[in-house]
Design a protein around this ligand. Structure first.
Ligand code: GRG
Length: 304
């Protein structure tokens, strides 16, 4: 189900890796290493799925065999994956999560060096917007896409969520921040905002109606949070020795997580309930919701 969307995304990401003559080779290599590493590509997939749901719903056209629609929305898919890749590079740095492995490979600061990793993240963030500017020709759609993506990556969303997450860790969780509401606020900004932006990018780049955009916003809001609850659950239940060191590390640091606050069972129930709500929103699209429904189940059932 995801393969036929992932393939054109991988091709587009490869083509987007020409960073211009002034880009030093070692910087380009680090950017490529991060962007082309084998990730799930969930955010770009959401861009394409959103466009497909809107198009199927309005005109009955699917996306995998519709090159025009694919070309129309792919710049949004590439741009959001660039922002995601930048955020992962920076998240892995010694000053943040200090991780050695990402996507089954050494992290960028381990494979290259710390300064190069910081700069590769910085550059990928700028390249995301440059990519939109070079590939979205309609000025109204371009302005909307830049606004959606910059807002999701901003101090009040991705960066702010990360800052509060790190602060909660460093403050060793005073009672004031040990609440599910606070954790939800962090994750809606840190993880959910980019999920929402992905679905909205697909909508605006494919001429969605206002009603379609708001149904997608509802779906995104539940799906993004569910993704994070499942992520916490997987980390919590992972055998640290087999699946990597994060589970052990999170517990050791006293990191704020859903299973940590609610217990594993209730965290799982929360994910199930959020996915139910996401699917309910997707039903607005009728039969055109097929892939959105499938992806909601995938987020709940994923094992990595
Ligand atoms: C440094 C500004 C800044 C933000 C970092 C993305 C992020 C914010 C932190 C990542 C830490 C983390 C593991 C969060 C859990 C949810 C998440 C975003 C997981 C990674 O996304 P996936 O699973 O990754 O979609 P792949 O590799 O498949 O793309």
């Amino acid at each position: 189900m995801l393969g036929e969307l992932r393939r054109p995304i991988e091709t587009a990401l490869q083509s987007a890796c020409d960073f211009g003559q002034g880009c030093p080779d070692h910087l380009a290599a680090a950017m490529r290493y991060a962007l082309l590493a084998p990730g799930k590509r969930l955010r770009p997939i959401l861009v394409l799925m959103s466009a497909e749901a809107c198009s199927l719903h309005s005109t009955g056209e699917s996306i995998a065999d519709n090159t025009r629609l694919l070309n129309q929305v792919m710049p949004g898919a590439v741009a959001v994956e660039m922002i995601h890749a930048y955020s992962l590079i920076h998240d892995d740095l010694p000053a943040m999560d200090d991780d050695d492995l990402r996507r089954g490979r050494p992290t960028v600061h381990i494979e290259f060096d710390e300064a190069t990793a910081i700069l590769a993240g910085d550059a990928l963030q700028a390249e995301a917007f440059q990519h939109l500017c070079c590939h979205v020709s309609d000025p109204v759609k371009l302005a909307a896409a830049v606004s959606i993506l910059s807002s999701a990556a901003s101090a009040s969303h991705l960066v702010g969520g990360q800052a509060d997450d790190l602060k909660a860790e460093n403050d060793h969780h005073p009672e004031s921040v040990r609440s599910v509401d606070w954790l939800e606020s962090i994750h809606r900004r840190k993880t959910g905002a980019l999920f929402s932006a992905s679905l909205d990018l697909g909508a605006v780049l494919s001429d969605a109606t206002g009603e379609q955009r708001s149904a997608l916003a509802g779906y995104a809001s539940h799906l993004g949070l569910a993704f994070q609850v499942v992520d916490d659950y997987l980390d919590f239940t992972a055998d640290a020795a087999v699946l990597g060191k994060r589970a052990g590390k999170d517990a050791e640091r006293g990191k704020l997580t859903y299973p940590g606050l609610l217990g594993a069972q209730q965290a799982k129930e929360k994910a199930v309930s959020l996915i139910g709500s996401a699917k309910q929103e997707a039903l607005f699209f009728g039969p055109a919701a097929k892939r959105l429904l499938w992806l909601a189940d995938y987020v709940l059932e994923r094992t990595h």
